[in-house]
Design a protein around this ligand. Sequence first.
Ligand code: ATP
Ligand code: MG
Length: 392
Amino acid sequence: MSIMPGAMLGLLGGGQLGRMFTMAAQSMGYRVTVLDPADESPSSSIAERHLRADYLDSNALHELGPTCAGITTEFENVPAESLRIIAEHGVVSPTANSVAITQNRILEKKFLATNGFEIAPYAVIQNSHDLNGALLQTHAEPLSGLLPGILKVSRFGYDGKGQVRISNAAELDSAFTSMSREHCVLEQLLLLEGEVSVIVARGFDGKAVTFPVSENQHHNGILDISITPARISPVMIQRACEIAISIAEKLDHRGVLCVEFFVLADERLVVNEVAPRPHNSGHYTIDACITSQFEQQARILCGMPLGSTAMHGTAVMVNLLGDLWQRGEPRWEDVLRHPRVKLHLYGKLAARPGRKMGHYTVLAETVEAALQLALEIKQSLASCLSPEQLSA
Ligand code: ATP
Ligand code: MG
């Protein structure tokens, strides 16, 4: 049964992904209640209603369930338990199971490996015993071992936070301690030729579509630029889309999902991680596709048919981090004087370094033209920064 426009939808999380979902849902006539513990947030400031409470607050969850026709989440770190509680009242997308797996690197890697998807070699490190085992392994097999590698905390990591690069066995122990000995995975550092991602939208009926594949460039572990369509061979594009759909099917994911891939030599695609929600690398879909990833999220939640993911032209998306605000408000005219560039700001009050404050998307006929203009704008915005800030 479909949820009709006019209905109230529930959203767990107050971030920018939630803000963009809220905008998409509202433009189709839905209303949105945001559950988020902060006083103010990018999505709660524009939603019809804000329930200010913790994601596990039982009163809030029992209020959200019956007052919303369907409920979704904007980030994977909501407790899967909250989704289970809400699901007792009605429609929830994505399901608690899909979120429970993808919010935990250990479960996610096990799920991917068990289902035959290629991932980076890794070891689980949960205690001193595992740590010694990993050390033994790396000593015994220096070439096929996991070093140099990256120690990643199993939960709550994002934008490269909760990750330490390890070049030798001696560093592993102190890195694990620096993570407060939380459960971690040690992943082999791969030699990357590039990174790509695929956004999948999969409905309750199991029908799935993919958006055009993006090529992603990171800086300091944070997504910097997304170029779409990705400059990889048609065969790789097809393989990436098939793998992404297959992951969504194996998870029985209902909603939008993103699969991040590492591209290795010889056109090898290795799955990096899975996000059970719209993704930063899919922001280009707002301006460059017939249906955005957020509109698909709303359509799926409401049991409506999926929209077309076809793209008009090519797009390059550039993230705007808080660093840009260090000398005051950036010169937005440098972005907006280009008629085919779209600016998105998330309404965040404090511009801290490394914090995602907004993004812009350059639309053009060719990837080369879009990329060139995107970089020119990036440079002119950065020219307001001091040399120390630029080299940081
Ligand atoms: P986000 O949530 O923003 O996607 P994250 O904190 O979950 O990021 P990852 O995606 O695991 O982090 O890693 C961030 C980036 O670090 C990757 O996109 C890649 O550039 C680099 N990286 C991570 N793991 C590896 C690896 N095993 N080999 C080489 N590079 C890696
Ligand atoms: Mg990532």
